[in-house]
Structures are given as structure tokens and as C-alpha cells.
Design a protein around this ligand. Structure first.
Ligand SMILES: Nc1nc2c(c(=O)[nH]1)N[C@H]1C(S)=C(S)[C@@H](COP(=O)(O)O)O[C@H]1N2
Ligand SMILES: [Mo]
Length: 412
């Protein structure tokens, strides 16, 4: 028995109402439901249209990532975008784009305001930016001892083109008080416990990041309506920071006079120890022991060829991929075929806009037949490069920006 049942084991009226709102329609013959029987979850978690090569880590909540070679496009197509859900998305049929609203509230707004999506579109100028959204736990599977959480390989990252309006334009319309320090988002996803009162995740960023030009309230991705799993119909998108700050199914932004304190802002969630710790060491989850992850570290991917490529006609190979560096730009990318003893500088393009990933390419000549690994390493505008192997271990396994590598066999 759970919260849905009364003492005699029958469904409570309030539970029926809650379940009806979750499935987006009336629960028929609810009065006939036998004791201790809960309606089967009609909370559809199937994802339409994703590339069959995507790797599903879990399906409830849905978490899936792209193998590196699927991420070859400069602008990630929707069917190759990773999905990271902490709860269950709202039921598709319950989402009405024309009735959906965004409320701006909190201690630090002059007056609370609510806008419909069409009001947002009419009142504010739309902008499109390509933004890197990378899960803070991307690369977690590379930590040893293993850190708890989804064992992401390298594919919990995408750089899509998001269209929406600037959060700063809406906040200017609402009016901020001088004491505004942070924003926090609220989305309409459903807690795994199915308790409608529980908030799945509510994170945010300091007001300075919130007011950047590229921080958008978006309704479209790659020119289409945002699909259900990526936050339909409205989503906050903030490039360069852990993607957990980009709230999906967005209905409210609160402007706070304190560091936002929603679920997954404290403890070891999206936070790392302030002082380096031994791999595997327990760290007491106090406020002082951890800091909130902000800009993501410099990183790169080899997206072509696919690992395992065999060269049979000649010993030269064109390789390419992307590099990104949180709030910073990537200034140099290097590749190595000898485990980092020597490096070859790659060609590197400028980002399409701030916070977009950059494309790199290189032509590699192999000295003789054999098995090789190609490693890639990016350097950011502050001169910081990726570590070749595991960076600073942390309890939740965030921020693994170790070099990406692929295998190549030359059999000319
Ligand atoms: N409402 C809501 N927003 C959310 C999440 C969530 O579970 N609920 N997950 C966050 C996390 S941890 C990540 S990494 C990104 C993933 O975005 P994507 O699924 O569109 O790739 O969404 C973020 N926004
Ligand atoms: Mo994430």
C-alpha cells in the first residue's frame, strides 16, 4: 500500500484526481478499482525517433546517450541528442502549447508576472544560439573507484541550435530588485514517487549568468518545436554550465535573494569537494565541503572516424571532432598517436557564437602498419588543457574531461 490508498486499501479521491492530472485524462470507472490496486502507470516513457545506435542507460527515468561517432554534425540533430531525466516527463497529451504559461516570481522581482507562450513571442525579440549542453556527470564511467549515478560514457553532450527569447529581456520587463543574486527554475516533470507535490529538480544560476545574452527561454530546437523529452513546450537553456541548470518543461523562474535552494542544489548534487580528496574517500556533505559546479571544463571528442576503423588502402587518415570549454573558448586542439609523447596541432574553427562547440580536424600519417590509438586534447583560452587520464576524483563523478581516444588498425 502507498499514499494513494486509504486505510481500507481503496484509492483516495485525491489520489484519483492526482493520477488523472498525471495521465492527462479522466480515470474511468475509478469507483470500481479494487482495493490495493493502483492504475497502471500510463506515463509513457517511450521515445520516438531516436537513432537506433543511441545507448539507453535506464528507461525510467529515461537516460540515453550518443556514441561519439553519432555526434559528428556541427549542430547535433534531435535524434542524436542525449536525454537525461531525473523524473518522468509530463504526459504528452497534457501539454497544451497555447495554454502553457511562464511565471516569473521570487523575493527579488518587483512584481510577479505570468506570460503565455504567444505573449512571450509577441513581446520579445527571438534569438537563436548554438549551445553546448553537457551533463555534469558526462564521462562518469571513467572514474575509479566508480562513482554512483548514470555511468555515462562520453556522449551526454549536445550542441543544438535553440530558439527563444533572452531571459534578461523578460526579467527587465518584470523588474528586478537590487538584491537579486540567483535564479531557480521549476518544471512540470513528475517525481518518480508519483507524488504530485514533490519537485523533481529545481536548479539555477547566479544572476550574472542568467543575464547573459545567450541565456534563453526556448520553444524551438533546430527549427522545430522542442520535443517532449527535451522539455516541451518551453525550456531554459544555459550553455557552458552543467546541463542540469537548463530546466525542461519550464513553468516558473524564481528570482532569488539567496543562492537558489531547490532540490539538487545542495549536498553533493552537482557539487564537488572544495579540497582535493583521495579517490573513494567519503566527504561529509556539509555546505563548506562542497562548491557548486559552474562553467564546465575544457573537453573534446573525436567524432570521425568511429573507433575501430581499419585503414587498408593508405596510411593517412582524416580525423575530426568538436572541442568546447564551458564559458571560455578553445584556442588549440592537438592529436597524438603515441600516447601523448608527441602532439600534432589540429585545424580549429571559431565557434558559431559564444558557448557553441568548435570543429577541429587533422590529417594523420601513420609510420607503419599496426594498432594505434588517436588521442585528442583541447586547450582553453586560459591555457588549461585536458588531463590525459582521470582528473580529480569526486564522490558523484562529475567533470571527467580526460582525453577522448579511438582505436585504429592500419593494414595497408
Ligand atoms: N525539469 C527538468 N529539467 C531538467 C532535468 C530534469 O530531470 N527535469 N534534467 C537536467 C539534466 S541533469 C540534464 S543533463 C539536462 C538534459 O537535457 P536533455 O535531456 O535535453 O539532453 O536537462 C536538465 N533539465
Ligand atoms: Mo545532468
Amino acid at each position: 500500500m502507498n499514499d494513494y490508498h486509504n486505510r481500507r486499501g481503496f484509492l483516495k479521491k485525491s489520489a484519483i484526481t492526482t493520477l488523472a492530472s498525471l495521465v492527462g485524462t479522466k480515470i474511468m470507472f475509478a469507483e470500481n478499482i479494487p482495493a490495493r490496486v493502483t492504475p497502471l502507470p500510463l506515463l509513457s516513457d517511450s521515445v520516438d525517433g531516436k537513432d537506433p545506435e543511441m545507448t539507453v542507460l535506464s528507461d525510467r527515468p529515461m537516460n540515453m546517450e550518443a556514441p561519439a561517432h553519432l555526434l559528428d554534425d556541427p549542430v547535433t540533430p534531435i535524434n542524436k541528442m542525449f536525454i537525461r531525466n531525473n523524473g518522468l516527463p509530463p504526459v504528452k497529451e497534457s501539454i497544451d502549447r497555447s495554454a502553457w504559461t511562464l511565471t516569473i516570481d521570487g523575493e527579488s522581482v518587483k512584481q510577479k508576472r505570468t506570460y503565455t507562450i504567444s505573449e512571450l513571442k509577441q513581446r520579445f525579440k527571438p534569438h537563436t544560439y548554438q549551445l553546448v549542453l553537457e551533463c555534469g556527470g558526462n564521462g562518469r564511467s571513467g572514474y575509479y573507484p566508480p562513482a554512483s549515478g548514470n555511468q555515462w560514457s562520453q556522449g551526454a553532450v549536445h550542441c543544438a541550435a535553440w530558439t527563444g527569447i533572452r531571459l534578461k529581456d523578460i526579467l527587465a520587463d518584470v523588474g528586478l530588485k537590487d538584491n537579486a543574486v540567483y535564479i531557480g527554475y521549476y518544471g512540470k516533470d513528475i517525481h518518480l514517487s508519483r507524488d504530485a507535490k514533490k519537485v523533481v529538480i529545481s536548479r539555477g544560476v547566479p544572476i550574472k549568468k542568467a543575464l547573459e545574452d545567450e541565456t534563453l527561454i526556448a520553444w524551438a530546437v533546430n527549427g522545430d518545436d522542442i520535443p517532449l523529452f527535451h522539455g516541451a513546450p518551453l525550456r531554459l537553456v544555459i550553455g557552458g554550465w552543467p546541463a542540469s541548470v537548463s530546466g525542461k518543461w519550464l513553468h516558473t523562474i524564481s528570482v532569488r535573494n539567496i543562492v537558489h535552494d531547490g532540490p539538487k542544489m545542495g549536498g553533493s548534487s552537482y557539487r564537488v569537494p572544495v579540497i582535493p580528496v583521495q579517490p573513494g574517500e567519503k566527504v561529509e556533505e556539509t555546505e563548506e565541503n562542497f562548491r557548486i559546479i559552474e562553467s564546465m571544463p575544457v573537453k573534446s571528442l573525436i567524432t570521425h572516424p568511429k573507433s575501430g576503423a581499419v585503414l587498408s588502402s593508405n596510411r593517412s587518415l582524416s580525423v575530426r571532432g568538436h572541442a568546447w570549454a564551458g564559458d571560455l573558448e578553445v584556442t588549440e586542439v592537438n592529436v597524438s598517436i603515441d600516447y601523448g609523447c608527441t602532439w600534432q596541432k589540429a585545424n580549429l574553427s571559431a565557434p558559431k557564437n559564444r558557448l557553441a562547440w568548435q570543429q577541429w580536424s587533422a590529417k594523420i600519417d601513420f609510420p607503419q602498419n599496426g594498432y594505434y590509438e588517436i588521442w585528442v586534447k583541447a586547450t582553453d583560452s586560459k591555457g588549461v588543457s585536458q588531463p590525459m587520464v582521470m582528473p580529480q576524483w569526486n564522490p558523484k563523478g562529475y567533470l571527467n574531461n580526460a582525453c577522448h581516444r579511438i582505436a585504429v588498425k592500419v593494414v595497408v
